[in-house]
Write a protein that binds this ligand. Structure first.
Ligand code: ADP
Ligand code: MG
Ligand code: MG
Length: 237
């Protein structure tokens, strides 16, 4: 279990979180919903232990251990991983080397997982992970790499942005694959159309988890009842 316990975080002059509480259990896909600027990506950086995103107050607990002070490498070793909003690009690195970490991981597994995201290995393994691949292709390869390392926690930051529908379907396949293997999957999104795929949703608004629960309930609240979101929609902040 992964817990964000009463976290306060200020970035520049912006008080992004003021008492954020979240709880994530193994074998579930969570949605983090919220308007632009609500702090969704910041939750990802906070969980990942990225520099400058350590809370002023509050704790992050994983497996009953306080990991608040642990840096990004320490958290990665515990099995926490983040896929950035913009899919990975590594000039000069082949897909094969990227997926096997230069031969440290099984090449057979790399082939199988590429096929799983709909990319025939014989056509992609020797390609370079650069702009010769589309955003959707790079996102699929990134998803294959996430499955390679079998993370315990995976945070996907707006995995639907800038990719084609077919690739996005593959992202959802990967989310379900990881959930079924017992991972915690956290999907950051403001796209309510994917809500059928989620088990539980947090609405981030006003520096806290303003509403949480069943996807349909949170979606309804977000679209029709959240006065604070309405206020933000009309240009306040
Ligand atoms: P979201 O992902 O929900 O769109 P972010 O997590 O990227 O939102 O940002 C949350 C808020 O924090 C935004 O208002 C953003 O402008 C602000 N913010 C992010 N990083 C910084 C920073 N380094 N300095 C000041 N404000 C920041
Ligand atoms: Mg944003
Ligand atoms: Mg964001």
């Amino acid at each position: 279990m992964l817990i964000v316990d009463n976290v306060y975080l200020t970035l520049g002059h912006k008080e992004v979180f003021r008492g954020l509480n979240l709880e994530f259990n193994e074998g579930n896909i969570y949605g983090l919903l919220g308007q632009n600027g609500a702090g969704k990506s910041t939750v990802g950086y906070l969980l990942m232990g990225i520099e400058n995103y350590f809370p002023e107050k509050g704790q992050i607990i994983f497996d009953k251990q306080d990991i608040t002070g642990l840096d990004i490498q320490g958290r990665a070793r515990k099995g926490i991983t983040l896929a950035w909003q913009e899919p990975a690009r590594f000039e000069g690195i082949t897909v094969h080397d990227f997926l096997t970490l230069g031969g440290r991981y099984s090449a057979k597994k790399a082939v199988d997982l590429l096929e799983l995201v709909g990319l025939p290995a014989e056509r992609y393994l020797k390609r370079e992970l650069n702009d010769s691949l589309s955003g959707g292709e790079r996102k699929r390869i990134e998803m294959a790499s996430v499955m390679m390392i079998e993370p315990r926690v995976v945070i996907l930051d707006e995995p639907d942005s800038g990719i084609d529908y077919g690739s996005y379907e593959k992202v959802l396949d990967v989310a379900r694959y990881l959930r079924d293997k017992g991972s915690i999957v956290i999907m950051i999104t403001h796209n309510v159309n994917i809500f059928d795929n989620l088990d539980y949703v947090y609405l981030i608004c006003n520096g806290v988890a303003y509403r949480e629960g069943e996807p349909d309930d949170v979606r309804y609240f977000y679209e029709h009842q959240c006065d604070r979101c309405e206020y933000l929609k009309t240009g306040g902040d």
